[in-house]
Design a protein around this ligand. Structure first.
Ligand code: PNS
Length: 166
C-alpha cells in the first residue's frame, strides 16, 4: 500500500440485524479509513440462528448508509482473510463493547493473524449507551413485542416489524 492509497477497512460480522451500536463502530472507522466495506458473513464462527438472510442484511445495511458513499455492504463466503485480500483491504475492524467480548475477539484476531499476517485487526469501542446492545437482544425484544426503535435505524425497524408482524 503506498502512502497515498485510500485506506479500505472491512467491518465483518453477522449483523442480524445491524444495530445502532454497529453503526457507531462503522462511523468511528470512517475517522481513520477512506472507505468501509461492511462484510456480512455467510459463515459465522459461533453457531447462530439467523433471523434475516444474508441478502436481506446486505440490503438493509446499504439502506442505512445510503447517504454515505464511503460505505458499502457486501456478503462474503469462506474465510474473512480471503475476502479482505480480494477487496484489497488489510484492515479488519471489530467493536469491543465489554470485557466479555475480549476472549472471542482475541481468538478471531489471532487466528486471522496466523492465516494472513499482513492483515491487521483494530478495535473500536462504542458509545457507552450502546455497550449493552446486541443483535440477539434486539431480536428477542422485538420478537416479544418490545419497542426497539431506539436501538436500530428505521430501515431495520421496518424489517423487524415485517418479520414479527408488529
Ligand atoms: O458478528 P459475529 O457473528 O461475531 O461475526 C463473526 C465473523 C463473521 C466476523 C466471523 O465468524 C468470521 O470472520 N467468519 C468468516 C469465517 C472465518 O474467516 N473464520 C476464521 C476466522 S475466526
Amino acid at each position: 500500500m503506498s502512502p497515498s492509497s485510500p485506506i479500505v477497512a472491512i467491518y465483518p460480522g453477522s449483523f442480524d440485524p445491524m444495530t445502532k451500536g454497529h453503526e457507531d463502530i462503522a462511523r468511528r472507522t470512517l475517522r481513520v479509513a477512506d472507505r468501509l466495506i461492511i462484510a456480512v458473513a455467510y459463515t459465522a464462527t459461533q453457531q447462530k440462528q439467523n433471523l434475516f438472510t444474508v441478502e436481506e442484511r446486505v440490503t438493509v445495511i446499504n439502506e442505512v448508509f445510503a447517504s454515505d458513499e464511503r460505505v458499502e455492504a457486501q456478503a462474503f463466503e469462506g474465510l474473512l482473510v480471503d475476502f479482505a485480500r480480494d477487496v484489497g483491504s488489510r484492515l479488519v475492524v471489530r467493536g469491543l463493547r465489554a470485557i466479555s467480548d475480549f476472549e472471542y475477539e482475541m481468538q478471531m484476531a489471532q487466528m486471522n493473524q496466523e492465516l494472513s499476517p499482513e492483515i491487521e485487526t483494530i478495535f473500536f469501542v462504542p458509545e457507552v449507551e450502546y455497550s449493552f446492545l446486541s443483535s440477539s437482544l434486539v431480536r428477542q425484544v422485538a420478537s416479544l413485542g418490545g419497542d426497539v426503535a431506539r436501538f436500530v435505524s428505521p430501515p431495520v425497524l421496518a424489517r423487524l416489524k415485517e418479520k414479527y408482524g408488529a
